[in-house]
Design a protein around this ligand. Structure first.
Ligand code: ADP
Ligand code: ZN
Ligand code: ZN
Length: 736
């Protein structure tokens, strides 16, 4: 028997695979690609994934270690997932072991044996006379419990994870359980057999002709790769198109993967999927614990889940029979992971669809310039939805010139008046301020001393309720000094306004109205966000104050006035993407206004109302603005017309990162240009000094080869150990 060698990916920051020997007692049954094995690495034992089961041995045999064991569980990776993850590592020039590490559920990275309890689902009990009475009572007295019952009753078994994500509580569930209206059963796991009663026809809508054309374009191309961009304003019926395109795929017993920016934030979208399809749905998002994540992974791999809905990393779920991928809000920057393995969920989804030869659908009211350009150039099928579905009318955007106004607490006279009128009509108002905390700075009114984080050289944000100064860049905290450390004066005051302050000012200005603040601070507690959103829908609050968290996909039918308090920051950024992001945000926020039958209004406060970007966006809309901006990008040879990578470096000494990057630019790279090194927008963060180097090329291929050349120079560099560096392919945030 010849000796067997395998190549495995190990979770270490090295861009290579490692060779191990398989000792004879462990070689039956034979090891397969995707299997998880325990291997010695240094003094540790780690989990490795087999990438090549029949590797040649290119080293001195005596130096090669043997694997320590095989896991022999249900959790091996499919060949297809292994190849996909290798493609990802290749695309991003990221250490392959780390890609596997980040793509797998945490429990699969551990050597201990994993035991998962069998999946459980809730079901409605068959109706009796008693239960009919009880339900009638619930309908009037406990609307939420009644709604919970309805959703359980409409489904053929639904998990606690799904119910929780939809915003229901254990207490509500227990209440129904104790009334014997529902019961918990072990889920009958059947593989790939959901076609029989897939659809709840009840709320299926008759498509408009624009919608119908898109659905058939997707359904006519199910057996090969194609990428579809659905470009339609908020409320134009994109979700309905996704739902109807999915029908055919599910009817063919194939699975669908749906990626959304943040599910916890948009339970309404999830509930539409839940209500439409009577098939097992698995969820993947940050609100799951490790076992729940693994359960999703397993149900997708084994084929018991028909639909997987998740946030960006759901793209790494092993779907055995995937037939369609949908990326909702494809422009959303949360699709890009901004640390360590910096991948873009949308781009990797496209790669996966290509690998599997299936269609992918991207949807947005404000497509990213990348996708828009690919659609305009014919690389993607381009579908536009021009009108809002149903009755709602598009909201009008108007600018308020702050230079011409009496301003109190950041609110112009005009805005205050409009808020009053809207509240008087019994409608809701959303005020949008992208700055959490009480004030973005505090200073001394005598000597102008500014409280600054020493580690970042940026001002501390005042959090009044907690009585703390917090650095939003590195998280460090300190108490509010009783007097100025510089001149001793006690006249220390907040500077500028954040959401916390706005909330308390509004309480004074509109004492009759209930105000709710929705930002990262007010929603830290688990379940809090769902609770607040529900209270808004139930009209417990009339005034909503929030950060960009509020801009995403929520459906508030009674919000008819949306105001953006301060857009000016985005108008003067050095990052060429800032204006794209500002425009997307404005249009998305505006999309919150007047979604139901009442017309909506959007007011935008600015000190620079004549700024051409604002003027263009407000008068000509997103598409005009985007076309204009795209032609400027073309002239300036910027993405999406060129391809970029960003090499970031940081160190404890100010001069190191720059010298390190400059040394790299001394060796020209074929078909690539360097820009920089330049100091990062935040030159100092958490005590480190930071520099950027951009590598740019005319084609993706040239960039890829250029990066390989660049990386080859780094390992033996004299800076080893003195600086940290990281590579970001297709960077979208130059501010970092
Ligand atoms: P989007 O995803 O683009 O925001 P949705 O699919 O959520 O749009 O549709 C917005 C609203 O219009 C929803 O209330 C939906 O029920 C309704 N709607 C969508 N398509 C139709 C249609 N063909 N006929 C009637 N109403 C529709
Ligand atoms: Zn002072
Ligand atoms: Zn700091």
């Amino acid at each position: 028997m010849p000796e067997q060698y395998i190549q495995v990916a190990i979770p270490v920051p090295m861009r290579q695979l490692f060779t191990y020997q398989v000792p004879e007692p462990l070689s039956h049954p034979s090891i397969k690609v995707g299997e998880r094995v325990a291997v010695p690495f240094g003094s540790r034992k780690v989990i490795g994934i087999v990438i090549d089961a029949q590797a040649p041995c290119n080293f001195e045999r005596s130096k090669i270690k043997s694997i320590a064991g095989r896991l022999n569980d249900n959790f091996n990776l499919s060949q297809s997932l292994v190849s996909f993850l290798q493609l990802c590592a290749h695309y991003y020039h990221h250490p392959v072991g780390d890609v596997f590490q980040q793509a797998l559920p945490i429990l699969l990275r551990k050597i201990e044996n994993i035991t998962l309890s069998p999946p459980m689902v809730w079901q409605a009990q068959s109706p009796t006379e008693d239960s009919a009475d009880m339900l009638a009572k619930l309908a009037t007295k406990a609307a939420k419990q009644y709604a919970l019952y309805q959703i359980i009753n409409s489904r053929n078994g639904i998990s606690w994870v799904e119910l929780r994500t939809l915003g229901y509580s254990k207490a509500q569930l227990n209440a129904l359980h104790s009334k014997a209206l529902i019961s918990e059963e072990e889920q009958i796991v059947s593989q790939f057999t959901w076609q029989e009663h897939t659809l709840n026809e009840a709320d299926k809508l008759v498509l408009s002709s624009e919608q119908a054309i898109i659905v058939s374009a997707i359904n006519n191309a199910l057996s090969s790769f194609s990428c579809h961009l659905i470009d339609g304003v908020t409320g134009s019926g994109k979700t309905e198109v996704y739902l109807q395109a999915m029908e055919e795929v599910l009817a063919n017993n194939k699975q669908v993967l749906v990626i959304v920016p943040e599910i916890g934030l948009t339970p309404q979208t999830l509930s539409r999927f839940e209500q439409r399809f009577n098939v097992p749905i698995a969820l993947h998002h940050s609100g799951l614990n490790d076992k729940e994540r693994l359960a999703t992974w397993l149900s997708a791999q084994q084929g018991s889940a028909a639909i997987v809905i998740g946030t960006r990393s759901a793209i790494f779920t092993p779907l055995h029979h995937l037939g369609l991928i949908i990326i909702d809000e494809e422009h959303d920057s949360s699709l890009k992971q901004q640390d360590s393995f910096r991948y873009h969920g949308r781009d990797m989804a496209i790669l996966r669809a290509r690998q599997l030869n299936i269609p992918i659908v991207l949807g947005s009211a404000t497509p990213s310039f990348e996708s828009l350009q690919n659609a305009l150039s014919g690389k993607y099928s381009y579908h536009q939805l021009h009108n809002r579905a149903g009755k709602s009318i598009k909201a009008k955007i108007a600018l308020i010139d702050m230079n011409q106004q009496q301003v109190e607490f950041g609110l112009s006279g005009t805005l205050k008046h409009e808020i009053k009128q809207t509240l008087a009509r019994g409608e809701q108002v959303l005020l949008f301020l992208n700055r959490r905390g009480y004030a973005p700075a505090i200073n001394c009114q005598e000597c102008h001393w500014l409280a600054q984080c020493q580690r970042c050289d940026k001002s501390y944000t005042l959090h009044q309720k907690q009585q703390l100064l917090i650095c939003h860049h590195c998280g460090s905290q300190r108490r509010i000094p009783p007097q100025c450390p510089h001149c001793g004066s006690v006249r220390i005051a907040p500077l500028g306004q954040g959401t916390e302050q706005l909330e308390s000012r509004l309480e004074d200005l509109f004492p009759e109205s209930s105000i709710v603040r929705i930002d990262r601070d007010s929603t830290r507690k688990k379940g809090e966000l769902a609770k607040l959103l529900q209270e808004v829908t139930d009209k417990k609050h009339q005034l909503l104050v929030g950060t960009q968290m509020l801009a995403k996909g929520h459906h508030f039918p009674d919000v008819t006035l949306v105001a953006v308090l301060d857009v000016d920051g985005a108008l003067f950024s050095f990052d060429f993407r800032a204006s794209e992001q500002m425009a997307q945000l404005l249009i998305q926020v505006a999309g919150r206004a007047g979604r139901a039958s009442k017309p909506g209004r959007v007011l935008v406060q600015s000190n620079y109302v004549d700024h051409p970007l604002l003027q263009d966006l407000v008068h000509n809309g997103y598409h005009h603005f985007a076309h204009q901006a795209l032609s400027e990008r073309k002239q300036a040879r910027l993405p999406p017309f060129t391809f970029q990578a960003l090499l970031r470096a940081d160190a404890n000494y100010p001069s190191y990162p720059e010298k390190f990057l400059r040394a790299l630019t001394q060796h020209p790279i074929e078909n690539c240009e360097f820009a920089g090194p330049v100091p990062a927008a935040m030159e100092k963060k958490a005590g480190k000094f930071r520099y950027h180097l951009i590598i740019q090329a005319k084609s993706r291929k040239a960039l890829h080869h250029g990066i390989l050349q660049l990386l080859a120079q780094i390992p033996n560099n004299e800076w080893q150990g003195k600086i940290r560096w990281s590579l970001d392919i297709d960077p979208i945030d130059l501010n970092w």
